[in-house]
Design a protein around this ligand. Structure first.
Ligand code: SAM
Length: 292
């Protein structure tokens, strides 16, 4: 086994050797604690049959742990300056492919077909760049990729929202979007001290395991998500007021929205945060049929 990249000393040596300076705008907070890396890898339940997609390998701290415990790792890195460093630090491994690309612009489906042919179990495992956690998660889930699950580190505040239940202040359209596709749980809270540089916020690791089919059936997925987002537009407003002001043509159709809420057995004076995913599904199906 090779010397770990993620010790504070080795990381310092690598950064010094290449004169690397962190870009805050790219969410560059590197992990310098091998125990945390081992735990993240364990939560992902990898085997020598698993293909792993990593987002943002940095200097390869997590990448090498993934390579040791899986069949193959494909890692997307946006920062060109890290490519020669990764080539050096990850040279002992022959099962890693680095792709220099913004994950939000990548055709992940194509990459999976090309790089993971014959591999059934595909996991995303990453210490995400915090400025884009939500768009990355939504992209991975809405593009219907053949993933088994996602284990990622992100801001604790976002982790709380992802796994929140109805009736809590963290519950919102992100909780619904993620729980629609996956069984979501927070598996570890992580202190700031394991990063270099240390982020301003607390972190957590979440595990999202894809459901065989979404938790509820809806007639139109895009419309369902539009309704959930509109319902939380202003948290203090009732669902009736939010839908009226946040849906296009909502104001003209206030009566139809009101009758749809009644038809779906939802009191119009409730707030969005009290509705279950099943209630949102029923409401979105009624509105789809009722609104012009
Ligand atoms: N995996 C490393 C670790 O744990 O030490 C680095 C994690 S650091 C939090 C986030 C990484 O994501 C950085 O390497 C950054 O350059 C990269 N990154 C930022 N935005 C990205 C994007 N849109 N697509 C791909 N990589 C990105």
């Amino acid at each position: 086994m090779h010397k770990d990249i993620a010790t504070p000393l080795r990381t310092k040596e690598i950064l010094h050797k290449y004169g690397f300076s962190f870009k805050k705008s790219l969410g560059q907070n590197f992990l310098v604690d091998t125990n945390i890396l081992r735990k993240i890898t364990e939560f992902a339940d990898l085997t020598k049959e698993t293909g792993v997609i990593e987002i943002g390998p940095g200097i390869g701290a997590l990448t090498e742990h993934l390579a040791r415990t899986s069949k193959k790792v494909v890692a997307f890195e946006i920062d060109q300056r890290l490519l020669p460093i990764l080539e050096d630090t990850l040279s002992p491994y022959d099962n890693i492919q680095i792709i220099h690309q913004d994950i939000l612009k990548a055709n992940v489906q194509d990459v999976i077909e090309k790089e993971f042919s014959g591999i059934k179990d595909i996991m995303v495992v990453a210490n995400l760049p915090y400025y884009v956690t939500t768009p990355i998660l939504l992209k991975l889930l809405t593009e219907q990729l053949p993933l088994k699950g996602i284990v990622v580190m992100l801001q604790k505040e976002v982790a709380d929202r992802v796994s929140a239940n109805p009736g809590t202040k963290e519950y919102g359209s992100l909780s619904i979007a993620i729980q629609y596709y996956t069984k979501a749980e927070t598996v570890m809270i992580v202190p700031k001290t394991v990063f270099n540089p240390q982020p301003n916020v607390d972190s957590a690791v979440i595990r999202l395991m894809k459901r065989d089919k979404p938790i509820v059936e809806v007639e139109d997925e895009a419309f369902f998500f539009q309704i959930t987002r509109a319902s939380f537009a202003q948290r203090r407003k009732t669902i009736l007021n939010n839908l009226t002001s946040a849906l296009p043509n909502g104001k003209e159709n206030k009566d139809l929205i009101l009758s749809s809420l009644e038809k779906a057995n939802i009191d119009p004076s409730r707030r969005g945060e009290t509705l279950s995913i099943q209630e949102f599904a029923a409401l979105s199906d009624v509105l789809l049929r009722t609104l012009p």
